[in-house]
Design a protein around this ligand. Sequence first.
Ligand code: COI
Length: 362
Amino acid sequence: MTLSFTLTRNERLAEVSTREAVLTDPGFGKHFTDHMVSIDWTIDEGWHGHRVEAYGPLQMDPASAVLHYGQEIFEGMKAYRRADGSVWTFRPDQNARRMQRSAERLALPQLPEADFVEAVRQLVQIDEAWVPSGGENSLYLRPFMIANEVFLGVRAAQTVRFMVIASPAGPYFAGGVRPVSIWLSREYNRAGRGGTGAAKCGGNYAASLLPTQQAVANGCAQVLFLNEEGTDLEELGGMNVVLVRSDGTLITPDSDSILDGVTRNSLLQLAEDAGHRVERRPVTLAEWRDGVADGTVTEAFACGTAAVLTPIAALKSPEETIGDPDAPAGPVALALRKQLTDIQYGRAEDPHGWMVQLTEAR
Ligand code: COI
């Protein structure tokens, strides 16, 4: 089946000067492009009404289920402009499949992978002028799905909308690749066993906001959550965590209550390609503490689509500081970051066929 999206062009495109000003200094998640994509789902009709239209506010009934019970999921992806002007995205199949897994957990309908990828392609093609060039800027893509049935009973909605919006983006952390300090939350957990921790749903992020405020109040960029027992690392407020050992082994939590990060999987694949051992297993806080003390844990980093790879200099809590807040970025983190971004921006071979072209060279 050929997917067809109806197009209703925005008749009030942003001024070129406005767009250029945004592209020069995009920040993160503050500015949006001229169009958006929507696909509707109902229990009777399935997915229908694929369309591209002007970006703008949604008119929503105040009784829409998502506003009350948070039945919502989302994804984070990027479109990258290469030196020849063409625009590419990274492993969209992985985001499409993860959204299907999130949908299953949140009792939402599964959007076929082809519809997901085509929706992203349609938006990037029409708003191609919004893809920044130069530096490490990109067009951040935000596919999401909401339960928009007008019904206050607590059950899975029978009316749903999938949408994609796009936002020119610079580095997620203001300092770019500068190492950050992370706050250890002992008071709060992000997710529990059997909960929604592995799904990319708004509720997980809402639950991270108060601990993140505490992190910021303590001079940290993000919060790290532990498991319910308070022994093992889980993930940060919005990204995964990886430790590097002095023998070159990379260790990352294996837990069914954390997000299966596309960036993390890709970095670990590149690390394995380069001969590093990779261990996905429960990682204890004690292992990080003791490893830093005896020199066997040499680096730590956060990774995610938005953050790419951001080195972690120190883990802070009222009781202790693990690491040195002024430590420079480690060599393993820097090398992996360069390898990944070189693939994404087309500066290096793409040995795993991860990149998908969205627009032609110009
Ligand atoms: C992403 O990395 O794309 C996310 O969705 C996480 C959020 C911190 C922006």
